[in-house]
Write a protein that binds this ligand. Structure first.
Ligand code: ATP
Length: 718
């Protein structure tokens, strides 16, 4: 065995040297070509291509590949070693095989989909299905041009049993820094299926905490760009994430995968960029204060304004409202540019309702008014004298202006206010009453009270953008080739249906976890609410049940919270990576800060790169942060106000920890004084516990919530 390993090691070392020599030579040749700085367009394009290649080769020269797959295609019989890297490198001069295959290439899919066994393996190539035998699957770690580690996860000719997950477990056991990383070398088969799914589908993915949803979505974008080069461009792809700090946290994956220019945004920022007018939203912290900080949080129901505003029923109502406005758009009068000349309302109506009916309302108004102007100009030409023409022109211009002012103004916010019976009603009140009647009275009352004070919330944005879209011509440059929605359980059906208007071919990747649906006041409760928005043949659903982030002990502990507290039938399957038991540590209110400081210091002694203290509320995080820093500890507060993610050692309320991960986590106040015995708080705690990679400690008072097991390790941390 040792001998086999030694010879494999020598073989790979030799291969690495050969590859590096070739990559260096190719790079060298390119660097010899002087950089073109002239104005010839063809030359500029060629130079851009060379520059791209220089960058790619420079990357390859550090770490050319991470895997090897030996495959013999049916018919050819020849076993070919394929080296798989983050970027492909062309053929060497002595060998006609590509030197390194891009991980996104069809043949590289074998590296991910093949999980062992004697049977034939297959992959979809542009020429059709290719079948053959896999002989070897090897993970290769190269750092800064040095061969560091080899791990065979399959060897057809070996008699030794191979532990498939050994390399994965090694990778998962590493400590994390402050940014999410790529996983190209260890993508798992169930993740690969999502990454390589066809473009024009609305994919809905339910993935347990830590199943790699965010990571997979980013890899999928890189794949789509490679596979559909002719149809998609990076600038026309977007990933929506919950907040700017999270966007910062995930910001390095795409550049690591060699992909730039993909838009990354929150829904609110995108929506505001579409609406021309400056809309000031009330801060998210105020919404969080209402839903997470108060002990008397209200129950969520279909009459909760945010849920109503996110429903497809409301979307239809917005449409009906705009259609009703159309009926009363044309002023109830003829137009007379000067005494004696009349353009009848019937004629104007005919232009509006027939000739220009295909234009959206605001455009139609523009067209009709421009047509009236042309009508006036034609009449002016027939004036009997120049003096009369001038006089008429002056009069006409005043009357056109005043007639134009009689038309309603189509400004989304003003109209949205009218939709809730607020502000100046420009449509026919009798007709609009049919819309107001469809809004439950308490919602109409509370929303209109807010709108009167110009208090606009995130949840108002889908309707505002929809009104804008219905009023104006869709700007083609705003269309996306593909949209990723991360943490989609917090999006409403209205959000997604609206985005669908902006996406070619319903090309979506929608990922989330219902068990982490802590924003129940606005999100979905079942994925059908999303998938039913698309034709059945256009959607696909993938569950991800394996969790890669945390140790087995942490996942098993978190599963109990789900089973007892959330009861939605979704639990996570751990990768076999064992760590320390979860610790339950009792702590009374009087000694709390000192005890937390002590435990936190014990964790720091273990040299973790990222740790977090997760409190139940922001107020507690702020108070504890003050006490800990006063005691001289170096820990920073995450309060939702910052756009950058610092990593390191943090204290934050549990609801702001969603999407993030830390080597070790202390969750404080896990008792019935802070976590209620309901599924909402069980989800909150589930989110908190599943942030931990290697260690999880829970501090609690007297009474544990029903969904927390006391069976975890009771021993005090030493
Ligand atoms: N195939 C894999 N190989 C190595 N690491 C992986 C793999 N899949 C996921 N991971 C790691 O698991 C962790 C969780 O990934 P990610 O944050 O993408 O999951 P998620 O499903 O979005 O999590 P959550 O919903 O809990 O926020 C990350 O550290 C990621 O690098």
């Amino acid at each position: 065995m040792e001998k086999d390993f030694q010879s494999a090691y020598q073989e790979e070392k030799h291969k690495l040297q050969h590859t590096l020599d070739e990559v260096d030579a190719q790079l060298n040749r390119l660097q010899q070509i002087p950089v073109y700085t002239g104005h010839d367009f063809t030359e500029q394009v060629l130079e851009a291509g060379r520059e791209e290649q220089r960058k790619t080769l420079a990357k390859s020269a550090r770490e050319p590949y991470f895997g090897r797959l030996d495959f013999a295609e049916n018919g050819s019989g020849e076993r070919q070693p394929l080296y798989i890297g983050k970027v492909g490198v062309g053929k060497s001069e002595i060998d006609d095989q590509p030197l390194v295959v891009d991980w996104r290439a069809p043949v590289a899919s074998l590296f991910y989909s093949f999980t062992g066994g004697e049977e034939m393996a297959e992959y979809e190539s542009p020429e059709g299905l290719i079948e053959g035998l896999v002989y070897l699957k090897r993970n290769i770690v190269i750092r800064q041009r040095l061969l560091e580690r080899l791990a065979d996860t399959y060897d057809r000719e070996s008699t030794e049993p191979v532990v498939t997950d050994e390399f994965l477990v090694y990778r998962l056991g590493e400590n994390k820094d402050n940014k999410l990383r790529d996983i190209v070398s260890t993508i798992q088969a169930e993740q690969d299926r999502i990454i390589r799914a066809v473009k024009n589908t609305a994919l809905v993915i339910q993935g347990v905490a830590g199943s790699g949803k965010t990571t997979v979505a980013l890899h999928r974008l890189a794949f789509l760009l490679y596979q559909y080069q002719e149809q998609v461009s990076a600038e026309k792809m977007i990933i929506f994430a919950p907040n700017n700090m999270f966007l910062d946290y995930i910001s390095e994956v795409l550049p690591e995968l060699g992909v730039g220019d993909i838009q990354q945004s929150t829904f609110a920022d995108w929506a505001q960029s579409i609406l021309d007018s400056d809309i000031r939203l009330i801060p998210a912290s105020e919404t969080y204060e209402y839903w997470f900080e108060s002990p008397d949080r209200p129950e969520v129901s279909e009459e909760t304004p945010s849920r109503f505003k996110g429903s497809i029923g409301f979307m239809k109502l917005v449409r009906e409202f705009v259609e009703r406005l159309e009926r009363t758009a044309v002023p109830e009068m003829d137009f007379s540019p000067w005494d004696g000349a009349v353009l009848s309302r019937d004629e104007i109506m005919d232009w509006f309702s027939n000739e220009y009916r295909h234009y959206p309302l605001a455009k139609r108004k523009e067209r009709v008014i421009a047509r009236i102007h042309r009508w006036v100009e034609m009449r002016l030409k027939k004036a009997p004298s120049e003096a009369i023409r001038k006089e008429r022109k002056k009069k006409a211009s005043q009357r056109e202006k005043s007639y134009g002012n009689k038309w309603p103004k189509y400004e989304p916010l003003a109209l949205y206010k009218q939709l809730f019976k607020t502000g100046k009603i420009t449509g026919d009140a009798e007709s609009l009453a049919a819309v107001w009647e469809q809004i439950p009275a308490p919602i109409l009352k509370s929303v209109s009270a807010e709108l009167k004070k110009d208090r606009i919330r995130d949840e108002d944005l889908p309707a505002l953008v929809y009104i804008h879209t219905l009023l104006n011509e869709m700007d083609g440059s705003r269309r996306f080739d593909h949209v990723v929605i991360d943490e989609a359980q917090d999006f409403s059906p209205f959000h997604v249906a609206l985005l669908d208007l902006y996406v070619r071919g319903s090309s979506f990747t929608i990922l989330g976890d219902l068990s982490q649906g802590i924003h129940a006041y606005r999100g979905v409760q079942a994925w059908e609410e999303m998938s039913s928005l698309f034709p059945e043949e256009n959607t696909d659903y993938f569950p991800l049940t394996r969790s890669y982030r945390s140790t087995m002990e942490i996942i098993e502990f978190a599963n109990i919270i789900l089973e007892r507290g959330v009861r939605n039938g979704i639990t996570a399957v751990p990768v076999f990576r064992s760590g320390d038991p979860v610790r339950m540590l009792e702590c009374t209110p009087d000694n709390r800060p000192a005890v937390i400081a002590d435990y936190w210091q014990q964790l720091q002694a273990k040299d973790y790169r990222t740790t977090a203290i997760l409190t139940r509320t922001l107020h507690e995080a702020q108070a504890l942060h003050e006490q800990l820093t006063a005691a001289g500890l170096d820990i920073h507060l995450i309060d939702g106000g910052k756009a950058a993610y610092q990593g390191g050692h943090s204290i934050l309320p549990v609801y702001l920890s969603k999407g993030l991960e830390f080597d070790a986590v202390i969750v404080t106040d896990v008792d019935t004084d802070h976590y209620r015995n309901d599924s909402w708080d069980a989800k909150l705690l589930y989110v908190g516990c599943t942030r931990a990679l290697h260690e999880l400690w829970l501090l609690h008072g007297e009474q544990l919530p029903e969904y927390v097991t006391a069976e975890a390790d009771q021993s005090a941390a030493q």
